[in-house]
Design a protein around this ligand. Structure first.
Ligand SMILES: Cc1cc2nc3c(=O)[nH]c(=O)nc-3n(C[C@H](O)[C@H](O)[C@H](O)COP(=O)(O)OP(=O)(O)OC[C@H]3O[C@@H](n4cnc5c(N)ncnc54)[C@H](O)[C@@H]3O)c2cc1C
Length: 513
């Protein structure tokens, strides 16, 4: 059996369905086939959205009503730091917003969101094969592409003009074409699960137990993405509609190793409880059975993302790091660029220039996004003052560089990949510089056994980030905090030459405590 179509999309989750929807909107007559391996989507990661991905979901995909009724509104980021396992809960450092988030963002159950998007694609007229697995792909440029797809135990042939890879980490085309590159400079790993019986961060019991904590924030902490922070690692805590919580650990294996235990779920739970804030929240929590997962060697990218008759979108093109939740941001940009490329090509335009742009700018975007925000960040992840400086500067520049233009003109802005041109290079150079310095300051503290000195007794609750001139206050605060850390660093100038201590052992010991 041979099926003919104009566009075959491999993978029908967020990126596959979004690409199809955007293309159908531009060119309703396009014959699109979506091939999805899973019978049903499970609750995967990618649950916390940012201002950029939420703008894509609401203003571009038009999902405001759906998100409001079916998912949770997110209330910003909160970071929690401690310097010993038995530290009192209300002595731990808290950094986050005092009030409700200023722009809409969401906590999403991906099994529901992905299924909803695929349903919308079917309603828009796309043909869906599910469960169906792409096994083979031959690319012949302008002459057309052919696919071998396993459906109900038999192989079907598909012939199409364009193949779009949206297979996520499977990264089907990049691997097949030899463009897949592991990012070995960033050896991070993750373990995650969903939990029940997680304590409510905002309950009246807590108001009695921790009155200063309860009085400090006017927004609900429960619906934030709460982060527990440590040397070489961080944990996310994300509430999901219906009451379960998603919690996961991400760690840099140069600095931290996961403590032993009977199984992954138990090891993750023990680790969460090794942090005083985690212990309060997760002390009585239970891991949901069969819902624990782990990834190692997480970051990668495709050195080429399109050619005549093929293109890659979403996680099939790259993954960097889940801190700050940029995954769906990158999916929003790449699905927009790819659907635009397809609409132009199928409409008869010469797309050589757009293909060149996507191939060249994608690698620059990946490289700069990684180096400005994540390279060696895990060295200072557990230092409250350094991470607070980074958060203010990282989120401040994100609002200036991405959130402002996206809200001013969503359609056009999603077609320009981040860090474009001279302004992009200036932003990148500035951000790389402070990130390198913060990392160097942390390494110095680690070498001198002086970590965690700022991880007790303060709370910083700011009014919230907005995409306008008021950002300057938060950025100035971030700069002052960084410069203060530089001054404090001078005390090590005359100390004995530092010896790096073996940190993996230290982290594991802390988790045992
Ligand atoms: C630990 C971790 C935490 C994260 N947290 C966040 C977060 O908080 N916020 C955020 O924005 N992002 C987060 N992300 C990233 C986010 O999960 C991804 O960016 C997002 O899920 C990518 O969507 P996608 O549609 O591109 O790929 P996927 O969601 O992976 O979908 C790929 C689809 O392709 C299908 N497929 C694969 N191979 C084939 C084949 N051969 N034939 C047919 N179908 C196939 C699969 O079944 C799947 O449905 C996180 C990632 C990780 C690893």
């Amino acid at each position: 059996m041979t099926q003919e179509c104009e566009v075959a999309i491999l993978g029908g989750a967020f990126s596959g369905a979004a690409t199809a929807l955007l293309l159908k909107r531009r060119r309703p007559e396009t014959r699109i086939l979506i091939i999805e391996k899973a019978m049903q989507f499970d609750r995967k990661v990618g649950e916390s959205t940012t201002e950029v991905s939420s703008c894509f979901l609401t203003r571009i995909l038009g999902l405001t009503n759906y998100l409001g009724h079916e998912q949770l509104l997110k209330q910003g980021l909160r970071l929690w730091f401690a310097n010993r396992s038995d530290q009192p809960f209300d002595n731990c450092v808290e950094i986050g917003a005092r009030y409700q988030a200023r722009l809409p963002t969401f906590q999403v159950d991906r099994s529901k969101l992905d299924a909803h998007l695929l349903e919308l694609a079917a309603k828009a007229g796309c043909e869906i094969w599910k469960p169906a697995k792409v096994m083979r792909c031959e690319l012949h440029g302008v002459e057309g592409q052919s696919l071998g797809v396993q459906v109900d135990g038999a192989e079907r042939e598909v012939r199409c003009r364009w193949v779009i890879d949206a297979t996520g980490r499977a990264s089907f085309l990049a691997r097949k074409l030899g463009h897949f590159r592991q990012n070995t400079e960033h050896p991070i790993n993750a373990v995650w699960a969903r939990f029940t019986e997680v304590k409510d961060w905002d309950s009246y019991e807590w108001r009695e137990k921790f009155p200063s904590y309860a009085a400090a924030a006017r927004t609900g902490r429960s619906w934030a993405t709460n982060h527990l922070m440590g040397e070489g690692w961080w944990c996310w805590i994300i509430p999901l509609k219906g009451g379960d919580y998603s919690a996961g650990l991400v760690y840099d294996s140069r600095i931290f190793s996961l403590p032993n235990g009977a199984n992954l779920g138990e090891r993750l739970h023990r680790h969460l409880c090794s942090h005083p804030v985690g212990r309060e929240i997760f002390g009585e929590a239970k891991v949901v059975e069969h819902d624990t997962r782990a990834y190692s060697a997480m970051p990668y990218y495709a050195a080429r993302v399109c050619g005549e008759g093929w293109a890659i979108a979403g996680d099939a093109a790259s993954f960097i790091d889940p801190l700050y939740s940029p995954g769906l941001d990158l999916c929003a940009y790449t699905t927009s660029v790819v659907s635009d490329l397809l609409a132009r090509s199928l409409g008869g335009e010469d797309t050589t220039e757009r293909q060149r742009y996507y191939n060249e700018q994608f690698v620059i975007t990946y490289r700069f996004w990684f180096e400005t925000l994540y390279k060696d960040k895990y060295f200072y992840m557990g230092e409250a003052d350094l991470m607070s400086a980074a958060l203010l500067l990282d989120v401040g520049t994100y609002f200036i560089g991405l959130v402002r233009p996206i809200y001013a003109n969503p359609e056009a802005s999603f077609l320009s990949l981040p860090f474009e041109g001279v302004p992009g290079r200036i932003f990148a150079a500035t951000m790389k510089f402070y990130n390198r310095r913060l990392s160097a300051l942390a390494k110095n503290r680690i070498a001198h056994g002086a970590t965690g000195a700022h991880n007790a007794g303060w709370r910083e609750l700011y009014d919230g980030f907005v995409p306008d001139i008021r950002l300057h206050r938060l950025i100035r605060k971030g700069l002052l905090r960084w410069w203060k850390a530089e001054l404090l660093n001078l005390r090590f100038l005359f100390a004995a030459r530092p010896q790096l201590r073996p940190r993996a052992a230290t982290s594991a010991a802390a988790a045992e405590a």
